[in-house]
Design a protein around this ligand. Structure first.
Ligand code: HEC
Ligand code: HEC
Ligand code: HEC
Ligand code: HEC
Ligand code: HEC
Ligand code: HEC
Length: 426
């Protein structure tokens, strides 16, 4: 913990640099074109052409008004729209041979959904051909080979430095032999550093241009190279962190001994980005009745009553509420996007894979490092859960049909774009 300060400032620095470049490259999480390509292009073209789904040219003009609202609802969960009795939705399904073949996209964030709808309503003209069939080929090509441009750049810099060094000593001895002939004093040997400083002082504008070219040209290849070189960040982590909480709440007692389901308390874990921490009302469902505990008697449970303003003597809520201030155990930096429902529902990952055996913990402890390396290593080795997963069943079938006999692809998370910077970074 002592040397955390230096880590912290280094991390913030990298964070700031990262964000700067993310913006300079115009990479945004809410990039409609990209979301479309990743989720929709297997089944939809932006032209009139029908793939598995109808061609989306002019779709804004034919769906019920207000079109943006209808489209958001449809894309998010077409089943609800169909079930609501929407006449247009029924025609769509009827025109598709009576089969509702479109997947649901509950996991899209509001911002992503909005970007996507804007894009579907008014795609830039150039985007149309892209939509057709590039998805799977791209997924396959993601794994690149060949010499990394970063190595070439580094090689060039080293050679340049050697040449400069050699020229410099040649020039120095020429200067001195000239001085000796003219009867002047020898030029004092200045260090390379001093010389560089003098040169920069005299050529500020040129240096500026160089820095910009190197920064922009180099960054792109550095980014791509990040993975191939295996250089991703794994600084000292918070693994093992287990703060004392304001109430001695035990997962072992609740989720273990009493077998209360995780989702009973973390009830948004399957529906949203956040698992959520239960409010005191959830505790009160049981603790209105359960007033003493096996280990601490009335002492700890009394804190639940203080928080909810409940008087156990009278059974009435007559005091002011005073929410429990739980201390957060797991924290990702603000620029990282992590979604529980995508991992738990779509990806079929167990809580314990990332959080350890919480059922045995009296105080929750962070079991995984939560570093970028950790996320990426899992994305590299974990196969996307296809079996019995409606979303991928359809997508997979569509892909298989399209690339019959051409590829035999093993679908890890990496292959569906799980290593792309913008998937995890805002
Ligand atoms: C697995 C194939 C599939 C995927 C993936 C898919 N759709 Fe669809 N989509 C369909 C089918 C099929 C229909 C026709 C209605 C039906 O059968 O459900 C449809 C209908 C639509 C319609 C109505 C079209 C019209 O003519 O009015 C829109 C809009 C739409 N989809 C948008 C999207 C968007 C946006 C995405 C990506 C988030 C997406 N779809 C992903 C198959 C798919
Ligand atoms: C009776 C309610 C309840 C149940 C059941 C429950 N939890 Fe919790 N959980 C909490 C509360 C309250 C906190 C916040 C206090 C703490 O960290 O101990 C919490 C915190 C956590 C945290 C740490 C959150 C953070 O701050 O980063 C994790 C991880 C977690 N729970 C996972 C689980 C898992 C996995 C299960 C099922 C095996 C489960 N919980 C079952 C109430 C519950
Ligand atoms: C579904 C029912 C249920 C919910 C919800 C629930 N508890 Fe409990 N709680 C229990 C049971 C059962 C016991 C154990 C009683 C016993 O064994 O005597 C208990 C015991 C306790 C104890 C006593 C521990 C001890 O050893 O003395 C504390 C403190 C506690 N719970 C806190 C909470 C908090 C905080 C929440 C809300 C985040 C919560 N509980 C939600 C059922 C629940
Ligand atoms: C793929 C790994 C992974 C899986 C699977 C997973 N979690 Fe998490 N969980 C995380 C990460 C990462 C965080 C930190 C999120 C943040 O800071 O934004 C977290 C945070 C939490 C928190 C703190 C509150 C919050 O929403 O940030 C709770 C509670 C929690 N998880 C419960 C669960 C439960 C319950 C399950 C199983 C149903 C589960 N998690 C499955 C990785 C995972
Ligand atoms: C235990 C393995 C595991 C870990 C650890 C893990 N993930 Fe994932 N992740 C998955 C799986 C499996 C999927 C595929 C879900 C699906 O089918 O869409 C996924 C998908 C994703 C996606 C969507 C990718 C896409 O192309 O649609 C994002 C974003 C993501 N994870 C972020 C993270 C972040 C951020 C972390 C680290 C904090 C992390 N994941 C850690 C297993 C993991
Ligand atoms: C699967 C998810 C995932 C992907 C893909 C990903 N990152 Fe990260 N990245 C993370 C997580 C999680 C952290 C936070 C690590 C920590 O706090 O220790 C992080 C941290 C960083 C940091 C350090 C910032 C800081 O504050 O610690 C930089 C820089 C960074 N990522 C750049 C990139 C670049 C460039 C790419 C694409 C080549 C990329 N990331 C792809 C998950 C991801």
């Amino acid at each position: 913990m002592q040397n955390n300060m230096s880590h912290f400032s280094l991390k913030s620095l990298f964070g700031a640099v990262f964000l700067f470049f993310a913006f300079s490259f115009g990479l945004k999480a809410q990039d409609g074109a990209k979301i479309f390509k990743q989720n929709c292009a297997v089944c939809h073209a932006l032209t009139d052409q029908k793939l598995t789904g109808p061609g989306l040219a002019g779709v804004a003009g034919r769906v019920p008004k207000p079109e943006a609202e209808w489209l958001s609802k449809w894309i998010k969960n077409n089943n609800t729209v169909i079930a609501s009795g929407d006449a247009y939705a029924k025609t769509l399904v009827a025109n598709n041979g009576g089969v509702d073949a479109m997947s649901e996209f509950e996991f899209l964030s509001d911002a992503d959904l909005k970007a996507l709808v804007d894009y579907v309503i008014a795609p830039p003209a150039a985007a149309a051909p892209v939509a057709n069939a590039t998805v799977a080929t791209e997924a396959v090509e993601e794994v690149k080979g060949g010499i990394d441009p970063l190595y070439l750049l580094l090689g060039a810099i080293v050679i340049l430095a050697l040449v400069l060094g050699a020229l410099r000593s040649v020039r120095h001895s020429l200067q001195n032999s000239y001085n000796r002939r003219e009867g002047k004093a020898e030029t004092p040997e200045i260090t390379f550093g001093q010389e560089v400083k003098q040169w920069i002082g005299g050529n500020r504008r040129l240096v500026g241009v160089f820095v910009i070219i190197i920064a922009f040209g180099g960054m792109k290849s550095c980014w791509d190279a990040c993975y191939d070189l295996g250089v991703y960040y794994d600084w000292e982590t918070q693994k093992g962190y287990h703060p004392d909480q304001p109430i001695k709440f035990s997962h072992k007692l609740h989720a273990g001994d009493n077998e209360i389901a995780c989702q009973y308390c973390h009830n948004s874990v399957e529906k949203s980005k956040h698992a959520g921490i239960p409010t005191v009302n959830v505790c009160m469902n049981c603790h209105k009745g359960i007033q003493t505990g096996p280990q601490y008697g009335e002492k700890e449970i009394a804190k639940i009553y203080a928080a909810s303003g409940f008087n156990p003597k009278t059974g009435v809520y007559d005091a002011p509420e005073n929410p429990i201030k739980w201390i957060k155990v797991h924290t990702l930096p603000d620029h990282v996007y992590f979604n529980h429902s995508q991992h738990v529902v779509v990806g079929k990952q167990e809580c314990a894979t990332c959080h350890g055996d919480v059922k045995k913990m009296t105080t929750v402890e962070q079991k995984s490092p939560l570093t970028m390396k950790w996320c990426i290593e899992c994305h590299r080795k974990t196969e996307v859960a296809m079996e019995g997963n409606a979303y991928y069943d359809r997508m997979h079938k569509a892909l298989k049909e399209k690339y019959k006999g051409q590829y035999d692809v093993k679908f890890t998370v990496e292959k569906i774009g799980g290593l792309e910077c913008t998937k995890c970074h805002y």
